[in-house]
Design a protein around this ligand. Structure first.
Ligand SMILES: Cc1ncc(C[n+]2csc(CCOP(=O)(O)OP(=O)(O)O)c2C)c(N)n1
Ligand SMILES: [Mg+2]
Length: 578
């Protein structure tokens, strides 16, 4: 039988592995296949841990979560054809979330290209609109420079960060990279880019900030590396603060600026909105003047998508948020802010009173007439047992909406603005492998859980220790509510009250079903002693979340939420009359 050539470190596959290792990649989330085998074996030979998953979507989700949580490059490796198409949802999600992910794949050997080869698809064409860079690399001597370009784009050197894609014909992976082109420069890890702000614009920003009476700071993805500076800015200015799913945990709920429960009111009252590393996407009403009716805008970001989408800033600082805010604080020196302290304190007081009420409601949320537990009660019992640095992963429809508000920890992940439900278990496994000493709690709807449920197997095999809590209401319930309210008929949205605990046990995970509220506490305690674990909690389908009520599910014309839709229509009509 003919043998393929023996693998070695100077083959393209070996050079790829050495490049990754040199750039600090210590793990790859992957699912194997013949086309990528040389890379796979060489990554292992370099001591890079292969975390082998059960579906390529999960590989990319895990690389995504790793990148979001650690700030480093996440790497996924998938095989050609269906391996690659399975990965596409993960790539799309990383694209929307602007997560730095490198996806590596293979294509058939060049001699078989377009001949009807096994798993031959135009991968690059398929992912181009959802990647920052996508190439097939056919020449072994060009592997290093292509990798360098891809990683630079993934990490946002010159544009929005996000996923990048490279694939290689299998013969290229087996081809030798000539020693002279293996330049040492390509094996030098790069420090993260810190873009400095222009001094004139810093002064203009100080003017805006220090003359505002009702300044509101909103953070997103790009603010994550500026925790200290953002807290200092809030302290100095006495501004109020809204977090978003992208940057939860950056400013603690105990901070006097934090007014998360006042989201609706504050958007209309602020006279200056400062976005830091945050898109003005649907979650922020596209920045519409109909919603932010009195606000000037200061926008700070080091990537274009977070700097000027939908609304231009009165001042725009194209700079790393940490650098920009440090420069702002230095330039403002001892200047006294004009912030209306009574307004800010009032906002905080109302926030505290609403949060207190929410906590009471959660603690006492009654079961329904059939004894099924209210989702808020589940979250309350969980939260009571979680440490402040826990990683929270929320997923689902109604349950995501409850969990987003009801759970807090040191880091937070969810389906993001792609609304990519099903990420929960994969995100949780990756988080737990990244931070083995932190609690990782995955709070997921039963529908959402189903997409990647098999990753419970990956958790067990790889020693990841998340606690997965499945809110089992036997339905895609947020859709059931929408159908009932909007169309008066429920069709194709009911599931069974399936036994997810039995499924988890089949893969060697500790698991229990919980049916009564009074059993929750002990079941959670026991699960936390036996991680990884899954709790299949029967929750009431009658509970209706705020996302269910806000109109998010029925997709209005101009805005995502009904109240904003009304405001936008009124504003457009009033402007048209003028
Ligand atoms: C991949 C994907 N498919 C479908 C949807 C539409 N969708 C949003 S929420 C939801 C229901 C989720 O059900 P479940 O996870 O059980 O949560 P519940 O609403 O029942 O609490 C669906 C189908 C989506 N956002 N993403
Ligand atoms: Mg459900």
């Amino acid at each position: 039988m003919m043998q393929p050539p023996k693998l070695h470190a100077d083959m393209a596959a070996g050079v790829i592995a050495r490049f990754l290792k040199a750039h600090g990649v210590d793990r790859i989330f992957a699912l194997c296949g013949g086309h990528i085998m040389p890379m796979w074996m060489q990554c292992d030979a370099e001591g890079i841990r292969i975390i082998d998953v059960r579906d390529e979507r999960a590989a990319v989700y895990m690389a995504h979560a790793y990148s979001e949580l650690t700030g480093r490059l996440g790497v996924a490796m998938v095989t050609a054809g269906p391996g690659m198409t399975n990965a596409m949802t993960g790539i799309a999600n990383a694209h929307t979330a602007r997560a730095s992910v490198l996806v590596l794949s293979g294509v058939p050997p060049q001699a078989q290209e377009n001949r009807g080869a096994l798993q031959d698809l135009p991968h690059v064409d398929m992912v181009r609109p959802i990647t920052r860079y996508a190439r097939t690399v056919r020449e072994p001597a060009l592997v290093l420079q292509e990798l360098d370009e891809a990683v630079s784009r993934a990490t946002g050197e010159g544009g929005d960060p996000g996923p990048v894609y490279l694939d290689f014909p299998t013969d290229t992976l087996r081809g030798t990279v000539p020693a002279p082109v293996q330049l040492a420069e390509h094996f030098q890890p790069k420090a993260p880019l810190v873009l400095q702000a222009d001094a004139d614009r810093i002064n203009a920003a100080v003017e805006l900030l220090w003359s505002a009476k009702r300044p509101l700071v909103i953070t997103g993805r790009g603010a994550r590396r500026a925790k200290k500076e953002i807290n200092a800015l809030l302290d100095q200015l006495g501004a109020v603060y809204l977090d978003t799913g992208e940057s939860k945990g950056l400013v603690g709920d105990e901070h006097p600026s934090f007014i998360g429960a006042m989201r609706g009111a504050v958007m209309g009252e602020a006279d200056l909105v400062i976005t830091i590393g945050r898109k003005m996407d649907f979650q922020l009403a596209y920045g519409s003047p109909a919603v932010f009716s009195k606000a000037k805008l200061l926008r700070i970001a080091d990537c274009p998508g977070e700097l000027r989408d939908n609304r231009r800033g009165d001042v725009e600082l194209f700079a790393h948020p940490a650098a920009a805010i440090s420069a702002i604080l230095k330039a403002a020196a001892q200047r006294i802010p004009a912030t209306d302290k009574d307004w800010a304190h009032g906002m905080r007081e109302q926030h505290e009173s609403r949060s207190r009420k929410l906590r009471e409601t959660m603690a006492n949320a009654p079961s329904d007439s059939e004894g099924r537990i209210h989702p808020n009660r589940v979250l309350h019992e969980l939260q009571a047992r979680m440490k402040s640095d826990a990683v929270v992963v929320a997923d689902g429809g109604d349950f995501l909406s409850f969990a987003r508000v009801g759970l807090s920890g040191g880091s937070y992940l969810d389906p993001g603005s792609l609304g990519c439900i099903g990420v929960g278990t994969a995100f949780g496994v990756s988080a737990s492998l990244a931070y083995p000493d932190r609690q990782v709690v995955v709070a997921t709807g039963d529908g959402a859980f189903g997409f990647n449920a098999m990753e419970i197997d990956t958790a067990v095999r790889h020693g990841a220790k998340p606690l997965i809590v499945v809110a089992n209401n036997g339905a895609w319930q947020i859709e059931v509510h929408d159908q009932t309210d909007t169309h008066g008929k429920v069709v194709g949205t009911r599931l069974q009250f399936a036994d997810h605990a039995a499924m988890a046990r089949a893969f060697g995970m500790h698991a229990r079903r919980v049916e009564r509220a009074e059993d929750l506490g002990a079941a959670i305690d026991e699960a936390m002693q036996n991680l990884p674990a899954l709790l299949d909690v029967i929750v009431s389908p009658e509970a209706k979340s705020s996302d269910g009520k806000s109109g998010l599910a029925w997709i209005p014309e101009l805005q995502p939420l009904s109240t904003w839709e009304v405001a936008e229509q009124q504003w457009r009509n009033a402007e048209a009359v003028k």
